[in-house]
Every structure is written in C-alpha cells, then in structure tokens.
Design a protein around this ligand. Structure first.
Ligand SMILES: [Fe+2]
Length: 330
C-alpha cells in the first residue's frame, strides 16, 4: 500500500501512544528516552566498528588506529565536532547495512506500530580518545525547533563499541522532553552559531542558564553507559550532547532515526529520492525538512582534496534499503 499521496506535512506527528504497553515503550513514553540492550549482536557491532576504521583508512592520510600519533586532523578526513563526517559516508554499504539490521527496524516498528518506515540519512560517529588537536566544548542542545511543541521525531543512536564513564558518548537529561513546552513558554535566545543546520531550524543550543533551569527542576545530565549493540532512542525534545573521550576506547556509533512513512509528503519523498541517488546526507529527520546538503569538508580554508561525492562501497539496493530510503513503495 502507499499512503504517500496528498499527505499534509506532519510537523507535530499524529501519533497517540497507548496508556500501557507492558514493555519498554512505557518507559519511553514516560521519560522520552530509552536504552534498548543488544538490538544487534556484539559480532555485528564489531563488524560495523571495523568498517568505520576501514573507512578512515580508505582516505590514505596515514591514519593508523594502533598508532595514537596519527589520531590528528591531518591524518583524518574532515569532521564536524571531531567525529561526524562528510564524504558520502551516510550512504556507505555498511552504514545502510546497520540501518537494515532486523533488531533496529523492529525497535522502530514497535515504537511506531508500523513496519512502513523511513530512515534518516544521518551520520556515523567515530571519536578518537584524548585528541590533543580537538578543542572540546560542551554543547547541550536539542535537535528540535522550539516553535514545534509536540513530538516530531524520535532519534536513535546505535552503539558499536563499549562506552563506559570515561569513554566518549551520549549524555542526556532523562525526562527533559516533558518540560520542553514549559521551558520555551518564555522567549529563549538560540545560540547555535556553529550549527550548520540552523537555516532549517531543527536545533536549539542551551546555554548555562538554560541548563540550570532544567537542573532546578530536578533534571540532570547522565552519561549513557552502552555496550556494543545497544540502541539509544530519544524524543528529539530531549536535552542532550556528548562527552569527550578520555579513556582508551575509540567511540563507534551511528545515528539512525526512523519515522512512519505516512508522515512524509510526496514532495519530501521526491527530495529524499534525489538525496539518496546523489549520496547526500540529511538531518536526523527521516520524513520532512529534506534538502540537498551543501556542506563541504573544508581543510585549511579550502575544499578538502579528498572530498568525494560517492561512498567507497556503494550500498546494496535491497528491498529494505529502497523502502527505508523512501524510493520504493511498501
Ligand atoms: Fe543532537
């Protein structure tokens, strides 16, 4: 079936959760976030972590995962905030394989009570610990437009390597999505000067006073402790950021968001098809605000000579990939 014609864009999505599920969805509805353990096996998680290392090495810039002296910008492709990458990586074969892992699809299918899902074209995350050439500043934020009051997206992060207290990883304020409207009832100044998605307005950066507002109401930042194969899901109104990796472990993760296809307009699907066919990344949103990305990797003030517009390994165009990309009907 196809419900994609004449659909009105659903900014605040039309989804009423049940009062009681008797499973993890109760906690998700209560807190706006949840960690699902072992949605993929440790072996699969290691495969994806290894593929990320292989991808870094494909650039032939001298990066060696066993030699910390090469964990510097000159040996690495250009990244956003030291760990998220350009270069068509969002459409690498292994990145699509992770999106089509049955455990990942099942989690979103259960959450949304439909198998007819679209997947975001967002990025991978590789954090090399103790990097001396990266200036780390906390940036508590939400990937949600403050003018949108209801639920608009559930974000996901699939974790591939152990992430303990000292390792780089996601930090969130559990439950903070519930007071999003209360916080934004007052006009708040958005300080997202370094945000490349600003013009698309799906972002808000919280400064210290804002964080204090949440803390005074009992919300606190928690560093997620994740094992390989764990999936974190959060309502995009949740205050979150990530911490600098200080331990020995390289952080490996991938952002994966899925939303029901019925929320996407025909126009959004057309744009999504264009982005898919041109190996372009998008925001965390799978179903709307789709636009061809214009960001380029800049190295020393010029376009990175290693810039590329295609993945090293193109995705296998399985039914699952084409459906999640929105280019094949369900
Ligand atoms: Fe975020």
């Amino acid at each position: 079936m196809s419900t994609t014609t004449a659909v009105k864009e659903q900014i605040e999505v039309d989804f009423t959760p049940k009062e009681h599920y008797g499973d993890w969805r109760d906690e998700f509805q209560r807190e706006g976030c949840i960690i699902l353990r072992n949605v993929i096996s440790p072996e699969r998680a290691k495969y994806y972590a290894d593929k990320q290392i292989e991808w870094l090495k494909n650039f032939e810039l001298g990066f060696d995962e066993k030699d910390e002296s090469t964990w510097t910008a000159e040996h690495l492709p250009v990244s956003f905030r030291g760990g998220r990458y350009f270069y068509g990586v969002t459409h690498e074969k292994s990145v699509w394989e992770a999106r089509t892992e049955p455990g990942v699809i099942d989690a979103f299918a259960k959450l949304w009570e439909t198998e007819e899902l679209l997947c975001s074209f967002d990025g991978i995350k590789i954090d090399l610990p103790r990097r001396k050439d990266v200036k780390w500043t906390p940036w508590p934020h939400c990937d949600h437009n403050p003018d949108i009051k209801g639920l608009t997206c559930v974000q996901g992060m699939l974790n591939f390597a152990p992430s303990g207290p000292k390792d780089g990883g996601l930090i969130w304020m559990k439950g903070s999505a519930k007071v999003f409207n209360e916080f934004f009832a007052e006009k708040r100044k958005n300080e997202d000067a370094d945000n490349h998605q600003h013009k698309h307005q799906e972002f808000f950066k919280f400064h210290d006073d804002h964080v204090k507002w949440f803390e005074e109401r009992g919300y606190e930042f928690t560093k997620l402790e994740l094992g390989p194969g764990d999936l974190a899901l959060w309502d995009s109104r949740t205050v979150h950021h990530s911490c600098f990796a200080e331990g020995d472990q390289i952080r490996h993760a991938q952002y994966i968001c899925m939303m029901p296809k019925r929320f996407a307009t025909e126009e959004a699907l057309k744009m999504k098809k264009y982005c898919f066919e041109h190996y372009m990344p998008n925001t965390h949103l799978p179903h709307r605000n789709i636009f061809p990305a214009t960001d380029k990797p800049i190295r020393d003030g010029a376009l990175c000579p290693k810039d590329r517009s295609e993945p090293f390994e193109k995705p296998v165009l399985t039914d699952a990939v084409l459906k999640l990309a929105g280019v094949k009907p369900y």
